[in-house]
Unconditional design. Structure first.
Length: 382
């Protein structure tokens, strides 16, 4: 009996679980290891934060999915990987052996080079910890306490998150807070075209959001961000939505990585240094076809990952995968509207959000039980 371990409950892995549930690999025991039972779908996270979706609508129950697809589920956090011994070590001391390993654990916001950031900021990932932290923020705002919220990160994730949180406080809860957006770039949404940038500059101004460009955070103190050039930004809570960083245990594992510490994989999504290890999603970088750390690319890695895991277990040749060069980005504005960004094009129409919502709900239905069949109650956002 061969042992396949799926480490992490990312978008590519849930596809693998579903496919293997329909066509299980021969003589293989599949174990899914995840730090949390409920994994969020990144496409619906802004809608959850804005109050448009419930926890259940936007999360996949990995334990249910594993049980329904014939996999074993272990709720545990990996803290060490020993690829030469083919072992995953968990925080509780458990050691899980494997013949083939696939890693899809996601990433975290980069803050390793900012002194005291970990102690004083609220990172958007891991999502479950962010949701718990944000509940505390809402409670303090409702009590007349915290009223200044600074979002660090001016990419699509930071802008969309800020607008979603602001909508939830103002429209959903009838509360108010001062919002600020900081980026170390000279423009917000730096990787998007000028039309998209202009649209969101105008929107942020209309919603009284203070935007600080060219502000690199170099140190964090309670209620104060120290930025390059000596400027200080004061707030009650700092939400951290910067570029992605790799988990620390990857660099310590001996797996080949890229310059930023993500697992280096070939065109078959296989480690360039250990051929019994595969990786997908934000935690991996295709060395010949690097792409942005985005859920769009992670979702599309599911089918080629499933094929190549099946081939690896059967000792058959792997097949190469070439990701698309660019992807349509739909950036929500917090209020059930969105802006579509595609190369040099931009569009802002009400139907864009409805179209995105239809796509997201259709994708999620593949991984959720029918409402009448759900045997438990998931924790709410608030």
């Amino acid at each position: 009996m061969k042992r396949l371990v799926l480490l992490g409950g990312g978008h590519a892995h849930v596809f693998v679980m579903r496919i293997f549930g329909k066509r299980p690999p021969d003589a293989t025991h599949v174990t899914v290891v995840s730090r949390t039972r409920f994994t969020p779908y990144s496409g619906m996270l802004p809608g959850l934060l804005a109050g448009h979706y419930s926890f259940e609508e936007s999360h996949i129950d990995l334990e249910w999915l594993a049980r329904s697809t014939g996999c074993e589920f272990l709720e545990a956090e990996a803290v060490r990987l020993r690829p030469d011994a083919r072992q995953v070590v968990c925080h509780d001391g458990r050691t899980i052996g494997y013949d083939v390993l696939s890693v899809d654990t996601g990433s975290t916001p980069a803050m390793q080079n900012v002194p005291d950031a970990r102690e004083h900021v609220l990172p958007v990932k891991p999502v479950d910890r962010f949701l718990a932290g944000w509940q505390e923020v809402e409670t303090r705002v409702a009590a007349g306490g915290w009223a200044r919220i600074a979002v660090v990160g001016g990419g699509a994730g930071g802008v969309e998150l800020l607008l979603s949180l602001q909508h939830r406080l103002r429209t959903g809860l009838g509360l108010d807070a001062r919002f600020m957006l900081l980026t170390d770039q000279d423009e917000i949404l730096k990787t998007h075209n000028h039309r998209v940038q202009r649209s969101f500059r105008n929107l942020l101004a209309a919603r009284d959001v203070e935007v600080y460009v060219g502000h690199e955070v170099v140190r964090v103190e309670p209620h104060t961000l120290h930025c390059s050039g000596g400027s200080l930004i004061e707030a009650d809570v700092f939400v951290w939505v910067t570029t992605a960083a790799a988990p620390r245990w990857i660099a310590e594992s001996g797996l080949a990585t890229d310059m930023r510490g993500f697992i280096a994989v070939d065109d078959c999504l296989r480690s360039t240094s250990h051929h019994d290890v595969f990786a997908a999603g934000d935690v991996a970088t295709m060395v010949d076809h690097p792409r942005p750390k985005s859920g769009v690319y992670a979702v599309r890695q599911g089918p080629p990952l499933a094929r190549n895991l099946q081939c690896a277990l059967s000792a058959e040749p792997l097949s190469a995968y070439r990701p698309q060069r660019s992807a349509l980005a739909i950036i929500g504005t917090g209020d059930r509207n969105a802006v579509a960004s595609w190369r040099e094009c931009a569009a802002e129409e009400k139907w864009i959000w409805r179209w995105k919502e239809y796509i997201d709900r259709r994708w999620m239905r593949q991984y959720q039980p029918l409402p009448t069949a759900r045997p438990h109650t998931s924790p709410p956002l608030s």
